[in-house]
Write a protein that binds this ligand. Sequence first.
Ligand SMILES: [Mn+2]
Length: 437
Amino acid sequence: MLRFGVFSDTHIGRNVPRIVGDARRQAFRQAFKQAVNIFIEERVDYILHGGDLFEKRTMTPEDVAFVKDEFYRLVQASREKWGKDVKIFIVRGNHDGTPSSCVLEYITHPLASYLQIIGESIKEELQYFIDEKILVAGIGYHPFIKSRIKDQVENLAEIFKSSNDKKLEILLLHNYVEKIHEIPPYTPEHSIIDIDDLKKINPDIVVVGHYHERGDVKYKNDIKFIIPGATEAVDLGEKGPFGVYIIEVKEGIKMNTKFIELTPSQHISVRKIVSEEAKPIQWFKERVLDEVSTFIDELNMRNLPGILKIKVSGKTSDTKAFLRLLTEEEIRKIREENPKLLYLEVEEDITPLTREELREETVVSREEMFEELYREIGREPNVLELIEETSLALEEKASEKTGLLKDSDRSSFVEKWLRILLDKAGEEMNGNDPSHA
Ligand SMILES: [Mn+2]
């Protein structure tokens, strides 16, 4: 029986959002450490990493040392605990650099024979691994992966064909695969792997990184596709769950897979506030404050530090000079009162109504007009009296057919209403413009 520990997109060295960069860097390391612990406990024989091990742009020498130490710890502990010599295979992702400047080189060492980079070397030769039980080959990230794979299909098929059939054959990739991933719209065709090309290569298992959301094991063209996803939210909007796969292979073909979730070290969330109709700025602000307080409750419940981003969009009926929903000062205060909230960002996309829309907005419906009128005159004695009279008349004289009064019965009420309204209007005019008094 063979056991594999599979993970991908660990992005060690990533530090966004920059303001909480140190905490984020630690979160990625924490996830990595947990993965290694799981691999030790699960007694794996081989590790498969699907690429984007590092975040090349922002990684530090300490990040390199961290990964080296963790892999060494994995190998040592597995040897001590279970007498196993674990081997680790990694394919290059787009965040690990290009073939000529690949940061994976930093963790290789001639004496560290337990670790091997799979895929193209600087000389563009395909590097693969073969022992008596398994064959691992692969191709690192390429922006034009479709044609890159097509160029290498024969080469790879040859490597796989030459291996003994009893070996488990594994292909490591770091790109989108047609029919396997839910590929984001507008992804150029040339950056998607043609699944028929993989059939020609014909491995038993394809482990593919790059896609940060884990996928269920998919079985297509006699190939098992393992999509481990990332181990931490690479972008704040990525929800998880994040984790690792353990694959257990019995008698050459029977395969069990399980996904083990990692415990995140920060609670991260992106919330949206959208208004279909125009609202005052205060409405948006209240919603934002509601979201913040809900999120803070969640942090206390989970006992975790957290990062919250709120995206607010819609139109506002306010025509005043545009203000930010929360000032720097207000955000600072919220964070001071809630030390668990590491970072709060409010992204605003609120546009004021155009003059045209504003005119439509101010058209008052008949119901609104009456409501306003009643607020003004509804408590005056002559009005109350009139309402009383009208309802009595309705009870006595209303037509059975229409439920209304006949014209002759109605006319006196109409006159009285008119008088009241005219008096009211006259009062207002006089009140508003003393010169007409
Ligand atoms: Mn990635």
